[in-house]
Design a binder for this molecule. Structure first.
Ligand SMILES: Cc1cn([C@H]2C[C@H](O)[C@@H](COP(=O)(O)OP(=O)(O)OP(=O)(O)O)O2)c(=O)[nH]c1=O
Length: 633
């Protein structure tokens, strides 16, 4: 029997380990997991420089390894596994990512670069839940990474070569195996040892626990196990058989469901994903010795009730530039942070604690520091920073949403109530709007575009096109991404004069800047630049039917047969309840609306675009591509 009950959860599932690594097989077999081994054929050749941080490279490689096996098993062998596990281990030293050495010289180079230094070992893991629907494979991916720091002693040339000649380095990331001879090179290890060997078992179990059991800790009554040590994240797990047989006791994480239907491999719950399920409850004895079941705790409702506090804590910490202060491993005490942000010490300490509890900061006895994701996404000058969008959420959306009740009653956007004299459209009436407000909006759009551009640019093969016009393309993030992926493309960004006047401060710098043309104009009033592919990214959902009619008629008229229109929007499912991000966005009551895949298809067809293809990226933005009918149609 496995110590950890989540491992038991997988007993009835067909679990596949997409890895040839004997270490990974051993680690998982040792804890009683039953699985088949199908090594992945995915080549580890992803472009490292295209990842903001090294662990994203490891995660993506792990994901591709697992997906390749899931697809192959489904197609070739007609056997769809329930769960496929993929992993990828890399070593990073400075800015370099080290994988397995290709030969002895390479091993020598790697090991000498590690000599006398601390380095990081990252393992990215992907847990892919699979199901087959109408003979199509559906997958739902959960991924994570673990970092372990390892310090090598100074290695003499002699020792290095002796080690290399042992043959051990050749199939191992960074060129060493900590579990064998390589252990002799190591001065210390900070973190999970098994992560270095190729599989972060503890984090994996925690992830499974998150997926298979409800997450809230404070709702849990502790059950004392004499022989099972209490492990923090597993404390809400009961090892009883009853938990999966009684669907009312557990609600699987949303991630395991698609359109409210649990994927095979997930715990089966009733097909009402929106309903609120209680977490496990334990009977307690009352004063008269009668066993009573306490009222079931509405964890999801409590989470929603408190959600605004968490958002506001993030907004305020961002606005006060707390994450900027704590970047690059800087550790500060509350008093130092308070001094720098000119705030009270007691208030700052509470804010820092709130951020730590939300997983944005790490708290140790030395002070507070950024977590990896805060470093990547919350520090304001980072390439993929969401700081701009967070400030926009705080300064604009927050005020709009405080008027939600009236907005719902009236069915209109509450800009006037929230901002007094301001007009509906930031960029349409320059007399009311400050340059700062416009720049803040552009910064927000820029930060979202940085996050989504790659998905949109790679959603379809665009190699057949020569010229692209991104209508309302703002600071040109998508345009640059498109040229990078398709160097022969001629890309024009067409946006309002006020926007174009401000784009220069958002342009990438460095040697590899891609050429993009910026043209000022109003796509409702002015002639559109000629192109064989037009793009509307995050435009249509904000426009009413009349404006959509003007715009799409205009694009359709200028498009020659074979030209195309690409939309980037969040595509709703057909019930229009998923993904929540789009549904909640609708509440801002712009004059437009969010649409489902079939609605976007109909809309494009209405304006003469056929062969409509929809790509659900699974990230923030999806993509829809339609081709202008040839005259034969
Ligand atoms: C740093 C280090 C790595 N390793 C191993 C773990 C991984 O097996 C390997 C890193 O290569 P990976 O590409 O992660 O894995 P793999 O090629 O062995 O297997 P697959 O791609 O099929 O999953 O290095 C050790 O065994 N000990 C160590 O100390």
């Amino acid at each position: 029997m496995a110590l950890n009950p989540v491992i038991g959860k997988l007993v009835s599932k067909r679990v596949v380990l997409a890895s040839a690594s004997p270490r990974r097989q051993e680690i998982l077999a040792n804890v009683g997991l039953r699985f088949e081994v199908v090594p992945s054929w995915f080549k580890e050749t992803l472009e490292k420089s295209s990842f903001a941080v090294p662990y994203e490279y490891a995660i993506e490689t792990a994901k591709q390894k697992a997906l390749e096996v899931a697809n192959r098993m489904h197609l070739k062998h007609l056997r769809t596994p329930d769960i496929v596990i993929g992993a990828d281990t890399i070593v990073t030293v400075g800015k370099q990512i080290l994988e397995k050495p290709v030969d002895k010289q390479d091993a020598y180079k790697m090991l000498s670069s590690l000599s006398g230094k601390e380095h990081s070992v990252f393992t990215g893991v992907a847990i892919v839940h699979c199901s087959s629907k109408d003979n199509r494979l559906e997958t739902e991916v959960t991924d994570f990474y673990e970092e372990t720091k390892v310090k090598f002693a100074e290695l003499s040339e002699e020792l290095l070569w002796e080690y290399i000649h042992s043959g051990e380095p050749m199939d191992k990331a960074g060129g060493y195996g900590i579990q064998a001879l390589g252990g002799m090179l190591v001065e210390y290890v900070h973190g999970d040892f098994l992560n270095v060997v190729g599989f972060p078992l503890n984090h994996f179990c925690k992830k499974l626990a998150e997926l298979y059991y409800p997450p809230l800790k404070h709702t849990i009554q502790h059950v004392k196990h004499d022989s099972i040590p209490s492990v923090e994240t597993f404390e809400n797990l009961s090892d009883g058989e009853s938990d999966s047989s009684n669907p009312m006791q557990h609600k699987s994480a949303n991630k395991l469901e698609r359109n409210g239907v649990p994927l095979s491999g997930a715990i089966h719950t009733p097909v009402n994903s929106g309903s609120i399920q209680p977490v496990c409850t334990v009977a307690v004895e009352n004063q008269s010795g009668v066993m009573e079941y306490p009222a079931k705790f509405p964890s999801k409702i409590v989470e929603l009730m408190d959600g605004f506090r968490a958002s506001k804590a993030l907004f305020v910490a961002s606005k006060l530039k707390v994450f900027d202060l704590l970047k690059d491993k800087c550790i500060l005490k509350p008093v130092d942070v308070a001094n720098k942000i000119e705030a009270s010490v007691c208030g700052t300490e509470r804010l820092l604690d709130a951020c730590a509890s939300l997983g944005l900061l790490e708290k140790t006895h030395q002070g507070y520091s950024n977590t990896d994701s805060a470093n990547t996404y919350l520090v304001s000058d980072r390439e993929y920073s969401l700081h701009g969008y967070i400030i926009h959420s705080n300064d604009r959306l927050w005020h709009l949403f405080t008027h939600l009740e009236v907005a719902v009653k009236e069915g209109t956007m509450q800009t006037h109530q929230a901002f007094g004299k301001e007009t509906e459209d930031l960029f349409q009436d320059s007399s009311y709007h400050s340059v700062e407000a416009k720049q803040r909006f552009m910064t927000a759009m820029h930060s979202i575009a940085k996050l989504t551009a790659r998905d949109v640019a790679t959603a379809f093969d665009l190699s057949q096109f020569r010229s692209v016009c991104d209508l309302g393309g703002c600071t040109g993030v998508l345009a640059h991404e498109l040229v990078q992926k398709n160097p022969n493309l001629n890309v024009t960004v067409f946006d309002l004069p006020d926007v174009i006047a401000n784009v220069s401060c958002f342009q990438p710098s460095g040697q590899h800047i891609t050429p993009v043309t910026f043209t000022a104009g109003d796509f409702f009033k002015d002639n559109l630049p000629e192109a064989d592919l037009y793009i509307l990214s995050l435009i249509l959902h904000d426009l009413n039917d009349e404006k959509i009619h003007i715009l799409l008629s205009k694009i359709s008229a200028i498009c020659k047969p074979g030209s195309a229109l690409l939309l980037a929007e969040i595509v709703l499912d057909e019930e229009k309840t998923h993904p929540p991000r789009a549904v909640l966005q609708s509440l801002s009551m712009t004059e437009g609306k969010q649409r489902s895949g079939s609605e976007y298809k109909q809309l494009l067809e209405k304006y003469g675009f056929t062969n409509v293809q929809i790509k659900i990226t699974g990230n923030v933005l999806d993509a829809i591509l339609g081709f202008k009918k040839t005259s034969a149609h």
